[in-house]
Design a protein around this ligand. Structure first.
Ligand code: NAI
Length: 209
């Protein structure tokens, strides 16, 4: 199924559907109406029907959605029916926290190596990973079938250029810069500070009524 025309707004909601459906599955809920789903997720029932119709609509009139089928289908749409091999560049505070979090592997994103530029860090261990010299990252990506790289701030563009040359397909970018990459390389920016700014705005609105 080609999903090229699906809007980013819908795509951004899919992980949330996936997460809530996984939760329902773990509670042995077998089917759910768009109205019930809407009460849990917080999107309107019509929004939910509209979103899911983008992919052919999995619901049946009078029955609602089969939770397991919908979860599986959204997983497929998100590309979660496969595993991803990831590397992490920059083994400082953030890199260590990300490496130590086991949830990513459970979700299918396996870190296979961690790199740093600082000679004092190279050779140290985070979990089972011996930190490798980031000078060797290009060669590593070429030889190890790496799908995703998570990258730091210092020299992020230079690091990205190396990764692209080596054949990386996706970049999970924590650096607060807009990376320039060819159009077939996917960059997903993560910015916790922006998220805090949103929190600040909503709290301010709340206080001001
Ligand atoms: P840190 O100073 O503890 O660690 C950075 C590590 O990356 C150091 O070990 C350093 O040697 C290594 N490094 C830097 N440039 C490198 C390069 N080009 N190649 C290989 N290794 C390199 O810093 P921390 O607290 O872990 O933050 C890392 C970066 O992540 C910062 O630039 C910060 O702005 C960013 N950050 C982004 C967040 C987000 O939500 N997007 C949240 C927190 C931090």
């Amino acid at each position: 199924m080609g999903n090229k025309n699906i809007s980013m707004a819908v795509i951004r909601r899919l992980p949330k559907y996936y997460r809530y459906l996984a939760d329902l599955l773990s509670k042995d809920v077998q089917r759910i109406s768009s109205k019930e789903l809407s009460e849990i997720i917080g999107f309107t029932a019509s929004q939910i029907r509209q979103d899911l119709n983008n992919f052919g609509g999995f619901g049946q009139q009078g029955y609602g959605y089969n939770v397991e089928a919908l979860h599986k289908e959204i997983g497929k749409i998100l590309g979660l029916d496969r595993k991803y091999r990831a590397i992490l560049i920059g083994a400082g505070n953030l890199g260590q926290a990300l490496t130590n979090y086991t949830g990513f592997r459970l979700a299918g994103f396996e870190t296979i190596a961690v790199f740093d530029a600082n000679p004092k860090m190279i050779g140290l261990k985070i979990r089972d990973f011996e930190i490798m010299d980031s000078d060797n990252v290009e060669e590593f990506v070429r030889e190890n079938d790496v799908d995703i790289a998570c990258i730091p701030k210092n020299g992020a563009q230079l690091v990205a250029d190396k990764l692209v040359r080596a054949g990386i397909k996706g970049i999970w970018n924590f650096a607060p810069i807009d990376l320039e990459v060819p159009s077939d390389i996917i960059v997903e920016n993560v910015n916790l500070t922006e998220s805090l700014f949103t929190l600040s705005y909503l709290m301010k609105e709340n206080l001001e009524g």
